[in-house]
Write a protein that binds this ligand. Structure first.
Ligand code: ADP
Ligand code: MG
Length: 270
């Protein structure tokens, strides 16, 4: 079983990329599970054809854990992909990372963590203990950074590198960086910028995903691009990402950049 995590800044395109990656992997015959680890809880929505599935945190808030079964938490979406949403706290109270911890405890107790690939879609703005949980506790063995050429998203990606590097020193877990996925924001020379960033942190640009209107068209039709427009060039990109991730054997401990170094790099491309 391969367990991978996509980390990145909020709004950068983690869930869109995750859902299309899961769909593309699943189309090759693999058994896939996707776990949304973002309080926004819309990671699996396109795989679920627009349905908001109940989050684990909502369930544990309203029921005894012993009364929760696999079918309450794990929902079957496109092509049999098993979908879970960790959820988050009610705004203003509680800890966002707790949803992730509660989710993993519950899924383990239910024996629901299985498949050829488990994909964790994780918010990377804050790498607090809760959000680092998939890396820290050895669930995610490979991390992929989703970023554009925008400085704030590179900054978030760099912070995640710091977490991976720190964890590699302190624990015996084997969480490594698998690569950088550039989800384009249509910035000039963006591919080159993100590829340079990837090299500087001791990794590589694994796929460049163009910004394409078809993503939004598929979204309003409540489907992934893979399902809605399987013959589109964008679907080819998601399939090549799936191939690159599934066969990836270049895993590294990243070397994060200094903040001023990162700013200088971004400045070169303005
Ligand atoms: P995140 O999960 O990182 O918060 P989302 O996947 O929800 O981000 O994406 C945010 C928005 O950006 C969505 O409305 C989505 O349709 C759009 N989007 C993401 N990737 C692309 C892309 N490659 N081309 C066009 N729109 C995209
Ligand atoms: Mg998301």
């Amino acid at each position: 079983m391969k367990q991978i995590a996509l980390y990145g800044k909020g709004g950068i395109g983690k869930s869109t990329t995750s859902a299309n990656l899961s769909a593309a992997l699943s189309d090759t015959g693999l058994d896939i599970m996707q776990i949304g680890c973002d309080p926004k809880h819309d990671s699996t929505r396109m795989l679920m054809h627009g349905t908001w599935i109940p989050t684990v945190l909502d369930l544990v808030r309203t029921r005894q854990e012993s009364e929760i079964s696999v079918s309450d938490v794990v929902h079957t979406g496109y092509n049999g992909i098993r979908c879970v949403e960790a959820g988050g706290p009610e705004p203003g109270i509680g800890c966002a990372g707790r949803g992730i911890i509660a989710t993993f405890q519950l899924l383990e107790r239910l024996g629901a963590l299985y498949g050829d690939v488990i994909l964790y879609d994780v918010l990377g703005d804050v790498v607090c203990g809760g959000f680092a949980m998939p890396m820290r506790e050895g669930y995610a063995q490979e991390v992929y950074l989703v970023t554009s050429g925008d400085l704030m998203s590179l900054y978030a990606a760099n912070n995640i590198c710091k977490a991976i590097q720190r964890l590699s020193r302190r624990t015996r877990t084997t969480c490594l960086l698998g690569g950088v996925i550039c989800n384009s924001a249509n910035i000039t020379d963006e591919k080159d910028l993100v590829a340079t960033f990837a090299r500087r942190i001791g990794s590589r640009l694994i796929t460049f995903i163009p910004r394409d209107r078809i993503v939004r068209v598929a979204e309003v039709n409540r489907q992934t691009v893979i399902e809605y427009a399987p013959d589109s060039p964008q679907s080819d990109i998601y399939r090549s990402l799936a191939e690159a991730v599934y066969t990836n054997d270049m895993l590294t401990i990243p070397t994060p950049m200094e903040t001023d170094e990162l700013e200088d790099l971004a400045l070169e491309y303005v």
